[in-house]
Design a protein around this ligand. Structure first.
Ligand SMILES: Nc1nc2c(ncn2[C@@H]2O[C@H](COP(=O)(O)OP(=O)(O)O)[C@@H](O)[C@H]2O)c(=O)[nH]1
Ligand SMILES: [Mg+2]
Length: 239
């Protein structure tokens, strides 16, 4: 998929997390939430570096990465906060999701408990943040689905549709739909930051427009990233 990120990752903290509104320097804070072990760090690593590690070490507290993505005529710098999933760090979570432009709530499609936990994260986000936070529900480890699936794809999809979330099943291991998820976030956020650039314009730049009009962003595999968020109509400019 085009729109490959063009800058590297960092390990230092930085960015206030607010979506930047200058046309030259658009910036958006993005947070990854979900149980420990669902693959949050692996998804971030796949997106930023195109890598996957079989035994990724557990995140302590949170990790910070940045990535600048070019889409059409615009670009946006993503400040990605990769949180630790352990319950003992829960009280820190608001620090990461407050002011976020987008939250990717991750579960492991092979572990039903992580889905339940993901739904609780969505509920918390809805209660504690404004409606402008774009929430993506991402079912990871799709590469193991044929033997180990515990959460039917329909369950994730219908929850997302009912709650206005973007939904995708992904695999940090194979890379399936990971780029598409982040590009969908970027496109939706760019369109909400640019008064004159509608979501449809941005999607067209990415050859995603036909499917998006039906509510589906077409990646390399159809129907992988479903747009059901509030921003999809490009009507929520916050310039
Ligand atoms: N098969 C498979 N394993 C994965 C995938 N994503 C992550 N993992 C593995 O799951 C474990 C936990 O991943 P990690 O990214 O640390 O999860 P986190 O705690 O949510 O950050 C690691 O051993 C990863 O290699 C995936 O898409 N498929
Ligand atoms: Mg981690």
């Amino acid at each position: 998929m085009s729109g490959r990120p063009n800058s590297g990752q960092g390990a230092a903290s930085g960015g206030d997390g607010q979506a930047g509104k200058s046309s030259r320097n658009k910036q958006a804070k993005l947070v990854l939430l979900g149980d420990q072990g669902v693959g949050k760090s692996s998804i971030a690593l796949r997106f930023v570096r195109g890598e996957f590690h079989e035994n990724h070490e557990a995140t302590i507290g949170a990790a910070f990465l940045t990535q600048t993505v070019n889409v059409g005529q615009g670009s946006i710098k993503l400040d990605i906060w990769d949180t630790a999933g352990q319950e003992r760090y829960h009280s820190l979570a608001p620090m990461y999701y407050r002011g976020a432009a987008a939250a990717v709530v991750v579960y492991d499609i092979n572990n039903a408990n992580t889905f339940t936990r993901a739904l609780a994260w969505v509920k918390e986000l809805r209660q504690q943040t404004t409606n402008s936070v774009l929430i993506v529900l991402a079912g990871n480890k799709a590469d193991l689905a044929s033997e180990h699936r515990a959460v039917p794809v329909e369950e994730g999809r219908s929850f997302a549709e009912e709650n206005g979330l973007v939904f995708a099943e992904v695999s940090a291991k194979t890379g399936m739909a990971v780029q598409e998820v982040f590009m969908t976030i970027v496109i939706l956020k760019l369109s909400s930051l640019n008064k004159c650039s509608t979501t449809r314009d941005s999607l067209a730049a990415h050859k995603l427009s036909r499917k998006a009009e039906d509510g589906v962003a077409e990646g390399t595999q159809k129907d992988r990233v479903r747009l059901s968020g509030r921003d999809e109509e490009g009507s929520s400019c916050r310039c």
